[in-house]
Design a protein around this ligand. Structure first.
Ligand SMILES: Cc1ncc(COP(=O)(O)O)c(C=O)c1O
Length: 435
């Protein structure tokens, strides 16, 4: 007799395997594939020597080594909290006090993903509303689904989230008496995953104004996920949304050392509104009572010695080149394809393609198998969207990451993608004329 079913929680029942697992497995099964799907970072530029030197120095000093090998605090290493606070404030050209911030408002987490998770645990009950960009970071959508939160999305244009549309949505919810369910607005405002788009400078203060304006029964918070801020290849560093939250009341600024340093260190950080720090720490205490202390000590040294800042400069050159190769290859291969468009990201790791209406880029469409057959992998754009009321998601988009493949493979991968697209178009053309 089979055993009785597992006594899974409601939350577990709402949590499915990420659709991306299929794509990661495909890449692992077939090393010949060129994967534009994985969100991993460039392998060759990972700072092995710098981390090695910092580790040797740390572990060579018995007292420092013991401090790093002991449990740390739930909130994280004080000296690193000071450093990240200064890092963010220096980028914004402000003093921490000017934003009502101190190192007591900083929490170090196991990657920024843990912060996203903890904030979800802290804020959401089933039925609460979270507003996101369309498309958005699909792992965050999974997290919201598992919390039972309702996701409402706002379209994007070249300047990131469309704030007129956001205001319309918030006003509508206000009129229908539902604004009390809105807890959070989520934005990946620098070189977004998945589109590569950035929230325009003039929208940043307005976003905070909108959150403030529609905060009736409770505050509507903004989660500013700045995971890619340091990976900037063109143009000036835009001020954070946090910079316009002078009282430190509305904006959670979340970021990470994963992208600009090393994901293996899995260390993220957040600058939190003062009264949100304790609730987040209570949950973190239940969760792990502190992220890996050793990684925090290593990063603390790398920031103090200037190795982190130098590494970010080097990385920018590496990724700028890769991005340029991808954009040039797209121009060469798809430049003459009517209806095919793509974003030109000024940073980050992603380019977002839009195909003509009749091309289905989804897992059930023709482009995925054609691309696999040609030896290239992409992420179907529909994973970044939540279905609308009629259950529809846009099915004509694709995310390409230029993070992992080397420049020659990027060019080759785009050629393969063009081959796959050509085959699908031929098939579609035949269908249209009934062949
Ligand atoms: C937009 C965004 N936020 C957060 C994360 C989480 O990264 P980590 O937990 O490694 O800091 C990622 C990872 O890809 C991401 O793309």
């Amino acid at each position: 007799m089979p055993p009785a079913p597992l006594p899974l929680s409601g939350k577990s029942g709402r949590t499915a395997d990420s659709p991306i697992t299929y794509f990661i497995n495909k890449a692992l099964e077939n090393p010949g594939l060129i994967s534009f799907a994985a969100g991993l970072v460039d392998e060759g530029s990972l700072p092995a020597a710098e981390v090695g030197a910092a580790a040797a120095e740390l572990l060579g000093d018995p007292q420092a080594a013991r401090a790093a090998l002991q449990y740390g605090s739930t909130q994280g290493l004080p000296s690193l909290r000071e450093k990240v606070l200064h890092h963010v404030c220096a980028a914004d050209g402000v003093r921490p006090a000017g934003l009502n911030l101190s190192a007591d408002d900083v929490v170090l987490t196991t990657g920024s993903q843990q912060l996203l998770y903890l904030l979800g645990e802290t804020l959401f009950d089933p039925g609460d509303i979270v507003v996101t960009e369309a498309p958005s970071y699909f792992v965050y959508h999974s997290l919201l689904q598992s919390k039972g939160a309702q996701v409402l999305s706002v379209p994007m244009d070249d300047g990131g989230m469309d704030l007129d549309a956001l205001e319309e949505l918030l006003a509508h919810l206000d009129r229908s008496g539902e604004s009390g369910r809105v807890k959070l607005i989520y934005t990946v405002d620098y070189f977004q995953n998945p589109t590569g788009l950035t929230l325009a400078a003039d929208r940043r203060p307005r976003l905070v104004e909108l959150a403030r304006k529609y905060s009736r029964k409770h505050r509507i918070l903004i989660l500013e996920d700045s995971a890619y801020r340091e990976l900037r290849y063109d143009g000036p560093d835009l001020p954070s949304v946090k910079k316009f939250d002078g009282g430190n009341e509305y904006v959670v600024y979340a970021s990470t050392f994963s992208k600009p340093l090393a994901p293996g260190l899995k260390t993220g950080y957040a600058l939190l509104p003062k009264d949100l720090v304790a609730p987040v720490l209570h949950l973190k205490s239940n969760h792990d009572f502190g992220s890996t202390n050793l990684a925090q000590h290593l990063i603390d040294r790398l920031v103090a010695s200037g190795a982190f800042a130098r590494h970010v400069e080097d990385l920018r050159a590496v990724y700028r080149h890769k991005r340029d190769v991808m954009l040039r290859s797209l121009e060469d291969e798809f430049g003459d394809c009517p209806g095919v468009r793509w974003t030109v990201p000024a940073g980050g790791l992603y380019v977002w393609l839009t195909f003509p209406d009749e091309v289905d880029t989804g897992p059930g469409g023709q482009l995925v198998p054609a691309a696999l057959d040609a030896g290239v992998l992409y992420v179907p754009g529909e994973f970044g969207h939540v279905p609308d009321e009629a259950g529809r998601v846009p099915k004509t988009e694709a995310r390409l990451s230029f993070g992992v493949a080397d420049p020659a493979r990027i060019a080759e991968g785009v050629r393969r993608f063009r081959t796959a697209y050509g085959r699908v178009r031929e098939g579609t053309a035949k269908e249209l004329v009934g062949v």
